[in-house]
Design a protein around this ligand. Structure first.
Ligand SMILES: Nc1ncnc2c1ncn2[C@@H]1O[C@H](COP(=O)(O)OP(=O)(O)OP(=O)(O)O)[C@@H](O)[C@H]1O
Length: 310
């Protein structure tokens, strides 16, 4: 398995639950989309995978492994995977790139650490990919600093860095948020092309159900840190069963929503289904979390699922 997360539970140090228990699997070459709105715990999940949880948050339960290697504890095995076999494309390249390093130095960074490759060798090896990503390889361009690149170029530089050690798994954390619609489409097409050619698996994290369904074959929808529905992208898009998935679909279609309010803060989360205070189809039993129905890959947690239209 490229990625296996079992019953992962993240808490604040005062015991307030932030995410989970969450389980998911990404098979080699598979494209899984994790969809949820702001505050649902997407970034914390990525930080867990790369061993950089912020102070004040701890893993209180569950296991995480990539390529059958546990990622729960720092160590040599973890370091061999992080940034090499499993690479991260960040949400905000401005924060991810070092303002004091040139484009060439960024590209040479991970292969230097993981393979002991010289910058010259890395740049030679990476030149075709850089060109393909629309990043010229002449000396003048390679000497540019991040602030001398456009937003789209910065994000494609992050993608080049993520691919620099030929990973088997990409974790894309809202990678197109900072891009205009045209640049978003270019970026998505590029990632999908490279994914097909290289047989890459990826976990694409986003709040945008429409984008996730373009990028991924399978989706997992989370709300308030908990999985509410999972299934093939075409099914969730054509016949969502959890009212929250239907809400995301309405948002993706830019239609007004019927339910009011916001995701409650972690310490104010309700009992039962986390969406129940906002759910238009709420009933009394929603305060008890109904068990997951179906398989982990295609199922939902809801006492009153939407019925497919006749
Ligand atoms: N260092 C921290 N200490 C305490 N709580 C935190 C910390 N970091 C995040 N949280 C809380 O954990 C929850 C999940 O946050 P997270 O940043 O993972 O959400 P997200 O889904 O990535 O949102 P966005 O899409 O806005 O980035 C939020 O309620 C957030 O306030």
């Amino acid at each position: 398995m490229s990625l296996a997360i079992d019953a992962l539970l993240l808490e604040r140090v005062d015991g307030v639950r932030l995410l989970g228990p969450l389980s998911l699997r990404v098979a080699p070459g598979e494209r899984l989309g994790l969809v949820g709105e702001s505050g649902s715990g997407k970034s914390l999940l990525v930080q867990t995978l790369f061993g950089v949880l912020p102070p004040g948050v701890r893993q209180a339960g569950g296991t995480v492994s990539a390529f059958d290697t546990p990622l729960d504890h720092p160590g040599r095995e973890f370091d061999r995977i992080r940034g090499a076999r499993m690479a991260w494309v960040p949400q905000d390249p401005r924060q991810a790139l070092n303002p004091l390093l040139t484009l060439a130095q960024h590209v040479a960074l991970l292969p230097g650490v993981h393979r002991g490759e010289t910058p010259r060798a890395t740049l030679g090896r990476m030149a075709p990919l850089l060109e393909r990503l629309g990043l010229p390889t002449d000396a003048g361009f390679l000497r540019r600093f991040p602030h001398q690149l456009s937003g789209g170029q910065r994000q494609r530089l992050c993608l080049a860095m993520a691919l620099s050690c030929d990973p088997g798994l990409l974790v894309l954390d809202e990678p197109t948020t900072a891009l205009d619609p045209l640049a978003q489409k270019t970026f998505l097409d590029l990632v999908l092309e490279l994914q097909r050619e290289r047989g890459l698996a990826f976990l694409w994290i986003t709040h945008d159900l429409a984008l996730a369904s373009l990028a991924c074959e399978r989706l997992l929808v989370i709300y308030g840190g908990e999985a509410v529905e999972a299934g093939p992208a075409v099914h969730l898009l054509s016949a969502p069963r959890h009212p929250y998935t239907a809400r995301l679909l309405t948002a993706a279609r830019r239609q007004p929503s019927v339910e009011a309010g916001f995701l409650p803060a972690p310490q104010d989360r309700p009992a039962g289904c986390p969406f129940q205070p906002r759910c238009p189809d709420r009933q009394g039993s929603c305060v008890d979390w109904s068990p997951w129905q179906g398989t982990p890959d295609h199922g939902l947690r809801c006492d009153r699922p939407l019925q497919p239209a006749e």
